[in-house]
Design a protein around this ligand. Sequence first.
Ligand code: SF4
Length: 344
Amino acid sequence: MEEKKRLLGMTLPELKAVAAEVGLPGYATKQLADWLYKKRVSTIDEMTNIAAAKRTALSEVYEVGMASPVDFQKSVDGTIKYLYAAGPGNFVESVYIPTEDRATLCVSSQVGCKMNCLFCMTGKQGFTKNLSANEILNQIQALPEYDRLTNIVFMGMGEPLDNTDELFKVLEILTAPYGYAWSPKRITVSTIGAKGLRRFLDESDCHLAISLHSPFPDERLSLMPVEKAFPIESVLDLVRQYDFTHQRRVSFEYIAFKGLNDSPRHAHALAKLLKGIPCRVNLIRFHAIPNVPLRTSDVEKMEQFQTILNGHGVTCTIRASRGEDIFAACGMLSTAKKADSRRK
Ligand code: SF4
């Protein structure tokens, strides 16, 4: 039997084409979007203002396409890592992080990743596929804590700007009046600086986070092969062409590795590199992964690094570590599940 097409993840023009295909009037497009993104139904049958015969016709070809997580791990600190199926034998993770004043979901955009960053478990998986808009949005829509969600970060498995077409559909649905109607200020796209960056800066008002990890090109290259094709200097030149003083913010992610990139020399060089960009640096503890000889920096070192950056006028925060007991480093749970499914 042919697999049904999924409505969840379709933009308004795509829903319009679906409505026309089954002979629904033009105004039904908005009704479909309402049922999907405002009322968040899980079956076509629940779309009761659409004539029963049309719902039957729709159901022959389409389904809503919402799927619950297949597994989860909950940390003692309340962080929950969810695992979603993404086609046969493939899984992706999203991480729900509640704090006192907000609840953030870290969303995946690819199964595996091409970028092969040294410190990343997802990179070790290699690249399998881009997630569809349905598979990306489902991580948000099917989240058991959806009603408490305040922020979304595209910082899970995969490089979101290596999957721009599907990412942009999701960003549109999240922010458009016909969709979730969220403010772009609640959404951050995190990138290592891939080729979709200019398009993102031109077409989206969502916040931007850039993984930097070393101010020195050679050293950054040893951590992140992307430095070769997209040197951080050119990424920053591009960033400098856009306004980050009003609605949109840019931040830089910096994982502190013990004895590698956590020295005062690095902190001073980082401040110099970021000169003139109104930004924040998030200093992050490293979650160790198997077979990689990198260790997390000491707290004192990170605080010293933070003080130096702050002294240069660069706001630097040390990100509180969350979910350490459930291996919050992205890619761990899905790697285990993938190995499991191969054994079965
Ligand atoms: S850190 Fe991000 S871009 Fe690098 S390998 Fe991991 S998922 Fe890919």
